[in-house]
Write a protein that binds this ligand. Sequence first.
Ligand code: ZN
Length: 184
Amino acid sequence: MARLPLVIYPDSILTRRCADILELDGEIYEFGQAMAETMYGSNGIGLAAPQVARNIRLVTVDVGQDNAAETLMHLVNPVIVESHGRTTYEEGCLSFPGLYAEVRRQKEIHVQAYDLDGGEVDIHAEGLLSICIQHEIDHLNGVCFVDRLNSVKRKLVVRDYLREQEFQREDDTIDAIRAIHEES
Ligand code: ZN
């Protein structure tokens, strides 16, 4: 298993609707394991396949404290069949390094999906697990968490985020140029 490179916003991969998985084979199983590895390696609590450049309906979630196997969940073709209430939480996203924003979502959800072995998954989630699953399913529909903000707030946070990304790239370029000079 290897960690996969993360897709960082803005990238059009993150805006596409993902395709249903029609067959669960060894390749998808391995990919799911690599997604979990990537999520843990990035200190994330959730990861959707498009965030590692594949537009298929697969998400990995683990909101447990200690990366224990029993709290790791792979959801294939997940569907929210029922939801109740409203809640607000300050969310982040591995595709938006350094950006956090309060997002309103459903409080409780009933989700149906398959696991990587083709077994049926049927869960009632609330709290952080509910928020995390909704965030990841949004990714499968090409929706990022900033899209859940009102348009004024979204423009502000995205502008600041892109500016920060630009500074980061300039710093990286300067570091690279310095490294070349130091080598010669
Ligand atoms: Zn995300």
